[in-house]
Ligand binder design. Structure first.
Ligand SMILES: [Zn+2]
Length: 132
């Protein structure tokens, strides 16, 4: 899944796979900010899921556009490892941090517009179901 970045740096002349740095974290699942890919350290126990997540994160653009939204809606590589994905969510409580619209990463707040939209829609449905 993709976190919105603060700056849109253009890296079109470089292959993102060559410059990417993988950083292990103990929360969330996986996301990428510019040339840094953050992966939950417990993904080591789920090699197929980890591989699929890396592929997915590499598919994201370096900026934020429609392609990124479609990628997250389709799941792409992740559809093949759904069972491992849900198992991971079930076993790793801190994996749920992935679904927060705002997350502190290396002392910097990172904002995820897709998650914010999901949360707004979620609360709208709840509010509407109460008042109608
Ligand atoms: Zn994604």
């Amino acid at each position: 899944m993709k976190q919105k970045k603060q700056h849109n740096q253009c890296n079109v002349h470089k292959n993102i796979k060559d410059i990417i740095k993988i950083i292990k974290i103990d929360y969330a699942i996986a996301f990428r900010i510019k040339d840094k890919m953050y992966l939950n350290k417990n993904l080591e126990k789920y090699p197929q899921l980890k591989k699929a997540l890396i592929k997915h994160e590499l598919e994201h653009t370096n900026g934020f556009n429609l392609k990124d939204i479609l990628l997250d809606l389709n799941g792409t590589h992740l559809s093949k490892v759904k069972r491992q994905y849900y198992k991971f969510l079930f076993k790793e409580r801190k994996a749920w941090y992935q679904f927060l619209p705002l997350l502190k990463i290396e002392n910097k707040w990172s904002f995820d517009i897709i998650m914010l939209i999901v949360w707004i829609l979620f609360f709208l449905v709840i509010i509407l179901s109460i008042i109608i």
